[in-house]
Ligand binder design. Sequence first.
Ligand SMILES: [Zn+2]
Ligand SMILES: [Zn+2]
Length: 147
Amino acid sequence: MASKTGSCLCGEVEYELAEEPTSYGACHCGMCRKFSGGIELGIQVPPGGVRFVPTDKLALYESSDWAERGFCMLCGSSVFWRFTGEGPLEGMFSISAGTLEDMSGMTFDAEVYIDHKPDSHSFAGERTRLTEAEVLAAAGVETGDDG
Ligand SMILES: [Zn+2]
Ligand SMILES: [Zn+2]
């Protein structure tokens, strides 16, 4: 079973989820590729669904007009993406799944920005796959920028 707790590599940034996470998805957009250093795997968590242990090592980067990203300024781990715009996703977190203490028992159920995926790799198996346009429509975002 997956844990509700997670942290960055060095342990300075720690969090606890309100609910046990059951699934995660991959984002293939160019910004998540750079943020994660590979493929960003995220757990969707509603606003208020995560509590961070107070620390001055959690840094925020405003990556677009409608999203910010949190990372550890000591070890550099990518900890989360957060929707800061208005609309149905307002305040939604995508917690980097790899920061969980234990990822076992979870389902890998979605891939987004599938049209931005490098052609040199792809995940096997069946799951929901959404293009950039489909993601932006669902989020109510009109810009074509990555988040
Ligand atoms: Zn750290
Ligand atoms: Zn992305």
